[in-house]
Design a protein around this ligand. Sequence first.
Ligand SMILES: Cc1cc2nc3c(=O)[nH]c(=O)nc-3n(C[C@H](O)[C@H](O)[C@H](O)COP(=O)(O)OP(=O)(O)OC[C@H]3O[C@@H](n4cnc5c(N)ncnc54)[C@H](O)[C@@H]3O)c2cc1C
Length: 168
Amino acid sequence: MESLWIKTEKEILENKEKIEGEIKTDICIVGGGITGITVGYYLSKAGKKVVIVDRDKLAYKTTGHTTAKITSQHGLFYKYLIDNFSKEYAKQYYDANQEAIENIAKIIEEEKIECDFKRQNAYVFTKSKEEISKIKQEVEAVKEIGGKAEFVETIEPPVGKIYRCNKI
Ligand SMILES: Cc1cc2nc3c(=O)[nH]c(=O)nc-3n(C[C@H](O)[C@H](O)[C@H](O)COP(=O)(O)OP(=O)(O)OC[C@H]3O[C@@H](n4cnc5c(N)ncnc54)[C@H](O)[C@@H]3O)c2cc1C
């Protein structure tokens, strides 16, 4: 499937300098996806001279093919983390995800990036009555680690016939 970001931002993504000869830098980051670009951003903010090199084009690989949503909800994951690791571990995961969202929001604001960033509720939903109990357990798991979650019967956008969903 063609990526919307690559299709619409081709000019920006492709218009990058090629390195000629030798260059000197404090830090060289190999890989210009979201990970390399984010690390490069923070290092340059900290006063380091940074060069990001990519064997292809910036943000063309995995990063260029995401849905671009940023969320701390990844399916039914918190009950799994609590059951298989610990409550502390699940909380660390939740806090790290929330912090990442806030960091991105801060970068967008500080750098005045026009990108249609909007805060929305995140939903996990099911069309199967058998799965309702799993969703209810996930809501409790998120609440257990101090996160915000709610069990609701319906959601605003129409997504077929939905029985129940939880909302973070
Ligand atoms: C279909 C899909 C949907 C997703 N949706 C979301 C989403 O909605 N929200 C979300 O938060 N996450 C989403 N993800 C996950 C997220 O996209 C990835 O975690 C993230 O993009 C990974 O970024 P990265 O920089 O680590 O890797 P990449 O984006 O793959 O970047 C790695 C870069 O390194 C370069 N590279 C590799 N080897 C070398 C080398 N030897 N020399 C030079 N350059 C090299 C590559 O060319 C590439 O540009 C999704 C992932 C997929 C696959």
